[in-house]
Structures are given as structure tokens and as C-alpha cells.
Write a protein of this length. Structure first.
Length: 307
């Protein structure tokens, strides 16, 4: 048996809110509420789009993909977060931790990719509305969705494999109530440069490129809108982008903040790390269904029919 197998921990210890362990039950109330809103909201979006054939259009099909990705993120973190807060159960098996890490990051990358696809959708709708339906056919939308899934899975598979090759002889206490790659690579007592560099490559090849394409899409959208003569038509065109812009900001601002904290805020309070991670993983799945329900008349009408 190799030395690494002796230094592989059987379990990791999850952490709740640092310094607030005595109030876990009270902290669980807002967390349970947020999970409830996220699961109910995104499930409702999916049911409305599935039930109403008039919503089987590119914009709403991409919205349903976003709801699936955000449901995936919420359901990936829910078991351990609630077990820590409600039952003070802090242990998680090594393999279970790597599996959770894989699914959290996988669905997060899918989330980012769908936001880029939605930006492209808005660009095509505004730049060339007459050919919108012929450019974004259901087949092409399906291929985009499949491509986003394949991209997420293929980029993420090496992360747990690389971690299993490392010896863990330092603390086995994690900084969060779920497993994240930036946190896990701080624990081995070996050179983690390969893991760190590959993690950075995945970050740039997914979130980095997606955010660049989103910015380029909106540059082209603004350029197209400014060429429209009527002020009313310009406002109408931009109004179709408001929900998506909110979704992008809600997603990328916490993600950039979390990345900055991990790379440059090593001496920051542990509470900052925990709050940033929870905001990044919990807030977008809660707010996006609310925003799209408020801003999209067809979704509101579908919800009323469903009720």
C-alpha cells in the first residue's frame, strides 16, 4: 500500500458559521427559507415553461436550462449545509466530499455557460429579429445545452482525480459546510501547484471566456440599439435584456468576490470566506426566479395558470 493511502483521510469536518456555532438553529431558518425559495422558484419556472407550448421559444428554453443548473447547485449543497446547521453533523466522507465538490463546480460552470448562451440569444433577437427563429432552432438550442454539459463534466473530471493523488496530513477541517476545490487544495501536505494551475485554467477557460463573450454580446447589442431610430424601440429592445443583466450581475459579482478572497484574502476573517461562498452559491438560485417572474409577463401569466 502506498504512503498516500495512509495519509488519505476517511472523513473531513465541515464548518458552519465561525463564531456562531451556538446559534446554528437560528441561522438554519434563513438558510432553509432560501433553499425553499430556490427549489420552489426554479421548479415553478420549469413547470411553467413545460406546460405552456407558447413558451417553447429560445429565450425560455435557455431560462429552463438556467433553472436546471441553479437547482443543481442548490441540491448539491443542501444536504451538508442543513446537516451541519440542523443536526450539528459535521463529518463527510472523503469520496462524498469529492463528489459534492464535482457537482457544485459542474453546475456552477453550466450556470455560467447558460448565461453566455442567453446573452447570445438576446444579441440575435435584437440584431436580426427576422431570422431569430431560423438561427436559434430547437435543435441548435439542444446542441448548445449538450455542449455546456459536456464542457462542464470534461473540465471537472480531473479535479477529484488530482486530489486523490495527494497526501492529506494537515488539518481535515474545511472552511465551509460544503466542499469547494479552492478550500480542499489548501489541506494536502504536498506540492499542489498542478492542482492550483489546473483550477486556474478551468476558471479562465469557463468563467473567464463566458464573461468575455457576455461583454462582447452586450457591446454588439448596445451598438445595434443605438442604430435604431426610435427612442421607444430602443428602450423596448433594452428592456428585454434587463432580467438577463440582473442575472449576470447577481452571479458574477459574488463569484469574483469569492475568487478574490481565496487568492488574495488569506488573512481575512474566516467569516468573510464563509459569507462570500454562501452568497455565491445561494443568492443567484433564489433571486433569478424572482427577477424573471417579476420582469417577464409570459412567466407571470404561466404561474397564474399553474395556480
Amino acid at each position: 500500500m502506498s504512503n498516500n493511502s495512509f495519509l488519505r483521510p476517511s472523513t473531513f469536518l465541515l464548518t458552519g458559521m465561525p463564531g456562531m456555532e451556538g446559534g446554528n438553529m437560528w441561522i438554519a431558518i434563513p438558510f432553509c427559507s432560501m433553499y425553499g425559495i430556490s427549489i420552489l422558484g426554479n421548479s415553478t419556472i420549469l413547470l411553467v415553461i413545460k406546460a405552456d407550448h407558447s413558451l417553447h421559444k429560445p429565450m425560455y428554453l435557455f431560462l429552463s436550462m438556467l433553472a436546471v443548473a441553479e437547482l443543481g447547485v442548490s441540491l448539491s449543497t443542501l444536504p451538508t449545509v442543513l446537516s451541519v446547521l440542523l443536526f450539528d453533523s459535521q463529518e463527510i466522507g472523503f469520496d462524498a466530499c469529492l463528489a459534492q465538490m464535482f457537482f457544485i463546480h459542474c453546475f456552477s460552470i453550466m450556470d455560467s455557460g447558460v448565461l453566455w448562451a442567453m446573452a447570445f440569444d438576446r444579441f440575435v433577437a435584437i440584431y436580426n429579429p427576422l431570422q431569430y427563429a431560423s438561427v436559434l432552432t430547437n435543435t441548435r438550442i439542444g446542441l448548445i445545452g449538450l455542449g455546456l454539459v459536456v464542457r462542464s463534466v470534461s473540465f471537472l473530471i480531473p479535479l477529484p482525480i488530482l486530489l486523490t493523488r495527494l497526501p492529506f496530513c494537515r488539518s481535515r477541517v474545511l472552511a465551509h459546510s460544503f466542499c469547494l476545490h479552492p478550500n480542499l487544495i489548501q489541506l494536502p501536505c504536498a506540492d499542489v501547484q498542478v492542482n492550483s494551475m489546473y483550477g486556474l485554467f478551468v476558471l479562465l477557460a469557463t468563467f473567464g471566456l463566458d464573461s468575455l463573450f457576455i461583454v462582447l454580446s452586450y457591446v454588439m447589442i448596445i451598438k445595434t440599439v443605438l442604430s435604431i431610430a426610435s427612442k421607444e424601440e430602443r428602450l423596448k429592445a433594452l428592456n428585454t435584456c434587463v432580467s438577463h443583466i440582473c442575472a449576470v450581475l447577481i452571479y458574477y459579482i459574488p463569484m469574483i468576490g469569492l475568487s478574490m478572497v481565496y487568492r488574495f484574502g488569506k488573512h481575512a476573517s474566516p467569516l468573510i470566506h464563509v459569507l462570500m461562498a454562501n452568497i455565491y452559491l445561494l443568492v443567484p438560485p433564489v433571486l433569478n426566479p424572482v427577477i424573471y417572474s417579476m420582469k417577464t409577463k409570459q412567466i407571470r401569466r404561466g404561474i397564474c395558470k399553474l395556480l
